[in-house]
Design a binder for this molecule. Structure first.
Ligand code: ADP
Ligand code: MG
Length: 256
């Protein structure tokens, strides 16, 4: 049975997509069978995995509306070593079109169920909103990975996400838990980063992943080459950190 995780944070630009793409590639390097699910109409995870979102035959949009199944819509990321259920701007319309459908928050869960035996991990890259799309991600998942920057406003908004996760857990998906908070874009030279980082550890204890992802320009450059950062420049500090994070995830899921 595949372990399914959402990478979620309703803030934009906090490293969700970078984390989803690089964790997918790291897990693939660790011989795990991975499906990366792009649940953001921006299609950044799709592009970052080297797949042209403008040339998709079908996408997650058709899957959510029941017009295609996952096995038809998925594509292989040659640069990442994993499969992708891709997205493009069409997905923005799904939000409205799903309103009329039964069981609308469980459409992704039901669709992924059909390929469950083919993967060890499914990683869902969520959009920057607590929307019907994100709700579909949370209903399909066993857990949530929350990437965070260690800055002054980092904790602001976290309570909304945590409350949403609690509600989904209570009403829709009793499997759902927070797997961990991942510190990303970390700059150890900044005193504030250090302070926020230790505050997070005090508040959330072992819910904070041990691995810290540094700010590293190679991770930011990689998407324009259609490659996960860990394969674009394997020796870079960012790549190394995501590889360590992949190993931490493999260990952590043994205990959940
Ligand atoms: P989100 O999906 O939450 O909107 P992204 O993963 O797209 O966030 O990241 C936002 C921006 O920050 C992107 O330009 C990305 O390349 C850059 N970025 C993400 N993580 C890092 C990092 N560790 N070091 C440097 N740049 C990063
Ligand atoms: Mg994103």
């Amino acid at each position: 049975m595949a372990k399914i995780f959402c990478v979620a944070n309703q803030k934009g630009g906090v490293g969700k997509t970078t984390t989803a793409v690089n964790l997918a590639a790291a897990l693939a390097q660790l011989n795990q069978r991975v499906l990366l699910v792009d649940l953001d109409p921006q299609g950044n995870a799709t592009m970052g995995a080297g797949i042209n979102k403008a040339e998709l035959k079908s996408s997650i949009y058709e899957v959510l509306l029941g017009m295609a199944d996952v096995a038809t819509a998925r594509v292989t990321s040659e640069t990442g070593g994993f499969d992708v259920l891709p997205a493009n701007r069409e997905l923005a319309g799904a939000e409205v079109e799903m309103v009329e459908l039964d069981n609308r928050e469980k459409r992704l869960k039901d669709a992924l169920n059909a390929v469950d035996a083919e993967y060890d991990f499914m990683l869902i890259d969520c959009p920057p909103a607590l929307s019907m799309l994100t709700l579909n991600g949370l209903c399909a998942a066993h857990g949530v990975i929350i990437p965070m920057q260690c800055e002054y406003y980092a904790l602001e908004g976290l309570s909304d996400l945590v409350n949403t996760i609690k509600k989904v857990h209570a009403k829709l998906n009793t499997d759902l838990k927070i797997i961990g908070l991942l510190r990303v874009m970390f700059d150890p030279r900044m005193t504030l980063s250090q302070q926020v980082s230790s505050q997070l550890e005090q508040h959330f204890g072992d819910k904070v992943f041990k691995t810290i992802i540094p700010r590293n320009v190679r991770l930011a450059e990689a998407p324009s080459y259609g490659m996960p950062g860990i394969n674009f420049d394997p020796s870079s500090k960012g790549a190394q950190a995501y590889l360590v994070f992949g190993a931490e995830m493999v260990e952590r899921i043994k205990t959940i």
